[in-house]
Design a protein around this ligand. Sequence first.
Ligand SMILES: [Zn+2]
Length: 229
Amino acid sequence: MARQLTDEVWLVERPRVNVSLVEDDVLTLIDAGLPWDGPAIREAVRKIGFDPDRIERVLVTHFDLDHVGGLRAFPEAETVHVGRADAAYVRGDLTPGFGDRKRVFQRLTEFFRKPPQAPVSPVDDGETIGSFTAVHTPGHTPGHTAFYSDALDVVFAGDLVFSDGETLSLPPWYLSQDTDQLRASVDELASRLPPIEVLVSGHGEPLVSGGSQALQHLAQETCGSGGNG
Ligand SMILES: [Zn+2]
């Protein structure tokens, strides 16, 4: 149910989505799974050896039901951090329109989603939170944000990429709001990441080594940049 990836990072395995626990300066959760994942995440955190009510911080990679659904299971959290362009949706102040099929999907799932009790704080590109640096990586959603920690040797890439434990790929086009933007974001993150071993994406098996290298490889493949484009 929970698997230790490094001294400070645990993968809380849920059936369809990855949730992670990090022992940073404060106990930190990365994404919160589907609404019905909440109790199981709390139980997994307990099994790891922590009190789930001690989770002070949640870093959310983006607004999608499978990443924000479980937030209400953590009412004690001091702050939920989410990319600025997605924050109003997480708070429930805005509901996605019907502009494209991605938004239709979000709208349908609205029924299951309630805003978290914990305060939602919008995150800007380059902001640091604990040992993490935020990188705005729009495309999958407008506010999609990746979080990396040089000190902890880990990057949480959300749904910017999918991982099978060995290689990375782009998520299917129909899941993303803007695929050109998503490709540009892969390039952006790849160029800004320090050498990092562990890469955890929102879905699939994490990379336990060569994470930043794999991302650079994908950026070269998908952007077709012969030079340093
Ligand atoms: Zn997802």
